[in-house]
Design a protein. Structure first.
Length: 232
């Protein structure tokens, strides 16, 4: 796992500048624009602390903090955390927003620390999605919200896993949305809501005639709103 984490960190450190240039646009007008409205609909700020797991440059963390959430952003890339911290210092002086470099599959937080976790396209870049989900279950409060974003099979970022076919190191596992949903449901979560962000060339009106599995297959990102079982 350590070798995987080191490689992932190095690769995202190299991509951090480009990501930061595009991040605001993705969250405000692009493929991620529906995510935070869904999160705030399902979990009011009054419920407690939020973890942005795989926060990147921290733009989503900042947006949540700006509407009253107490947010911690965690990312394995030191360069991403540097961008996040600099951006937060420039945009807000809120004490309810902080960032930390770290591994989402082995966080430093006590059991049941968070009322909610936002984790968008981060689990795909870990060595074990199962370990990540088990860690999320540990640090979530009973009935806590996990909003999980999982890339669809034809999403462009899936190209990060291609080198595996040549036996080369990769920074991405190949978990699919339907697999992530099943894995979560087998490990202490139940599904509250599911929605999809479609690729630009797919007419959303066609989605209504498709099964849930086919919607996941043609999605750019599948959003799984999961709740930790209240008795865990």
């Amino acid at each position: 796992m350590q070798e995987w984490n080191t490689f992932v960190s190095e690769q995202w450190n190299q991509m951090a500048g480009d990501w930061h240039e595009r991040s605001k646009g993705m969250w405000e007008q692009g493929s991620r624009k529906t995510i935070l409205p869904l999160f705030t609909e399902l979990l009011p700020a009054s419920k407690g602390q939020i973890l942005d797991a795989g926060c990147g440059d921290g733009y989503a963390s900042f947006k949540l903090a700006s509407v009253g959430y107490d947010v911690t952003g965690l990312d394995i890339s030191s360069e991403m955390i540097a961008y996040a911290t600099k951006q937060a210092n420039r945009l807000t002086d809120s004490p309810s927003l902080q960032f930390m470099e770290g591994d989402i599959s082995a966080t430093p937080y006590p059991d049941q620390s968070f009322a909610g976790i936002l984790s968008i396209n981060a689990m795909e870049f870990t060595s074990s999605p199962l370990v990540v989900l088990q860690e999320f279950r540990r640090i979530l409060q009973p009935d806590g919200l996990l909003l999980l974003g999982v890339l669809g099979p034809t999403a462009g970022p899936r190209a990060h896993s291609y080198p595996r076919l040549y036996g080369k190191a990769t920074i991405q596992n190949t978990i699919m949305p339907w697999e992530a949903k099943q894995l979560a449901q087998e490990n202490g979560f139940f599904l509250q809501k599911e929605s999809h962000v479609y690729k630009d060339d797919f007419p959303p009106v066609l989605a209504h005639s498709l099964s849930m599995e086919l919607r996941e297959a043609v999605s750019f990102v599948t959003l799984l709103a999961l709740r930790k079982h209240p008795d865990l």
